[in-house]
Design a protein around this ligand. Structure first.
Ligand code: SF4
Ligand code: SF4
Ligand code: FES
Length: 533
């Protein structure tokens, strides 16, 4: 592999690596606007210029690739600094000074580079700036608004729609000082990945219709999490203020979603806006956790097996499904299954061609891997949900009651209600919870931690972002307490602890440890992989 020197430090890189990426290996940031690692290189903004020994002029780092040993590059150099100041001065001549009302403030490439690479004064003596009248608020599509006055014409958005989405709705129209971004006539920005142009726009020219003015970004708390919109399992940053989720932003995982999220997943946190279960209930009356756990224990103790059923969903974490499997083993019941609900087909591009899914839940595969599969002679989840007549169960536990449309369909609720006793654990106070004898309020995925297995068989973890409201608790705690009440030794200690103990007993997890899941997850389900797009 070729070696080069940047600011006196040597680094070895794969042939063809450009200088921006080579600099990153050394922790040297070469400022850039138009370059994005997944888009074609256009060398437009000139912000990334560097000095290279033996070359008469400054060179753009984004378009300079390394193929042989011996290049000596200077980033921290007076000529480079003067050129960067010049680029910033030109960009700011026409840029509106509206940072106080701009959604991008706090995460803006222009603000950041002004501080780091700009100068504190302007030589531009004229009041008149180049503006685009009537083009401060142009809807490009349902999710994206353009303010042309803020655009620095880097064309990242145009290249994204051409090269990643493959839809080509955006173009750079006109020339010179009048050049502007826009859509082609009759072709709005309506592809399923459209929100990504807001993420890659380095300034506040493209803003999200949904997030616009919802929050100042410096008030947001961020936690690494996973999308629950389907079982591709896109990695994201869950950003909230005091427990109210404001937005999802993509988090890089080259094996899953690369730099992207689909529009559906990006807004999928809105499902948590339904009424919440905030306290346990017995026969419709609010109660305490000890009484609710005791009531479930009393229902199960005399059964001794046979007519106890568990209906889970793909929103259970792998660990929760594992504890439910223990519960059904304790009762000697084969009746355990995971409800699958198909959603719209989703797909996400990545470096190996992408992933696709048509599941509406993130973890059917993980719940089944943990053992929540029907035993001999048992009804499948589909038979249970879509069948007719009494289910025949003395006690039916519906766990993570978010059965999607099935949770609200009157015929499904009526069918599940035919169990002599119906116990529902979940976060949504919908028709199913209202029909239950015992209700156990549990946490959403933002309020608990755990793992999901995605469509390609990759086990990934998600972290708790904020505590659950009211008396709602992580389902792992609740299922652990029920097991303990029944004399089983699976007390809830912590998710990592339980994961490590679970992995010791599930051969497909091969003794993994929670800490092994840092850095983008681990492939565990070799039978997966059907999700390649
Ligand atoms: S709208 Fe944003 S991403 Fe598109 S060209 Fe302008 S600055 Fe670049
Ligand atoms: S592809 Fe699936 S997991 Fe990814 S953002 Fe969309 S809905 Fe979420
Ligand atoms: S990043 Fe190199 S010219 Fe824009």
């Amino acid at each position: 592999m070729p070696k080069l020197t940047i600011d006196g430090r040597e680094v070895e890189v794969e042939a063809g690596t450009n200088l921006i990426e080579a600099g990153k290996r050394l922790g040297i940031e070469i400022p850039h606007y138009c370059y994005h690692p997944r888009l074609s290189v256009v060398g437009q903004c000139r912000m990334c210029v560097v000095k290279i020994d033996g070359m008469p002029k400054l060179q753009t780092a984004c378009s300079t690739q390394i193929f042989k040993d011996g290049m000596t590059v200077h980033v921290d150099h007076p000529e480079v600094k003067a050129a960067q100041e010049g680029v910033m001065e030109f960009l700011l001549i026409n840029h509106p000074l509206d940072c106080p009302i701009c959604d991008q403030a706090g995460e803006c490439g222009l603000q950041d580079y002004s501080f780091k690479h700009g100068q504190a004064f302007s030589r531009f003596d004229y009041e008149e700036k180049r503006t685009y009248p009537q083009k401060e608020r142009i809807p490009l599509g349902s999710h994206v608004l353009l303010n042309m006055n803020r655009c620095i014409q880097c064309t990242r958005c145009v290249r994204f729609t051409e090269e990643i989405a493959g839809t080509g709705e955006l173009g750079l129209f006109e020339r010179g000082a009048r050049a502007e971004i826009g859509i082609f006539p009759g072709k709005p920005l309506e592809n399923p990945l459209s929100g990504n142009v807001v993420d890659i726009c380095p300034v506040g020219a493209l803003t999200s219709t949904e997030f616009r003015f919802a929050e100042r970004v410096w008030y947001l708390d961020k936690k690494p999490s996973l999308c629950t919109g389907c079982d591709i399992g896109c990695n994201l940053s869950l950003e909230h203020r005091r427990g109210a989720i404001r937005r999802y932003k993509p988090r890089l995982n080259e094996a899953v979603n690369d730099h992207w999220l689909c529009d559906y997943g990006r807004l999928s946190f809105r499902r948590y806006e339904q009424p919440r279960l905030l306290s346990p209930r017995i026969y419709g009356k609010a109660t305490t956790w000890p009484l609710a756990i005791a009531a479930v224990g009393n229902l199960l103790s005399p059964l001794g097996g046979g007519t106890f059923g568990i209906l889970g969903t793909g929103h259970l974490s792998t660990e929760e499904a594992f504890l439910l499997r223990r519960l059904s083993d304790w009762a000697g019941s084969p009746h355990r299954s995971v409800h699958r609900e198909n959603g719209e087909p989703r797909s996400i591009p990545n470096l190996t061609g992408g992933l696709r899914s048509s599941s509406s839940a993130p973890n059917v595969r993980g719940a089944e891997l943990a053992g929540l599969m029907p035993g001999p002679g048992s009804l499948s989840a589909r038979q249970l949900v879509e069948g007719s007549g009494p289910t025949g169960f003395d006690v039916l536990l519906v766990a993570e009651s978010d059965l999607g449309a099935a949770a609200t369909a009157p015929e499904v609720v009526a069918r599940l209600r035919t169990a002599r006793r119906l116990v529902v654990a979940g976060w949504a106070d919908g028709p199913l919870a209202q029909a239950a004898d015992i209700v156990l309020p549990t946490a959403t995925h933002a309020e608990r931690s755990g793992t999901f297995v995605n469509v390609a068989g990759r086990l990934q973890k998600f972290e708790r972002a904020f505590p659950a409201p009211g008396q709602a608790r992580p389902a792992l705690e609740v299922f652990g307490e029920i097991l303990r009440r029944l004399g089983e030794e699976w007390p809830f200690e912590s998710t990592p602890n339980l994961f490590d103990r679970m992995a010791e007993t599930l051969p497909r997890l091969g003794g993994l440890r929670w800490r092994d899941l840092a850095g983008g997850g681990v492939p565990v389900d070799k039978e997966g992989g059907g999700g390649a797009a």
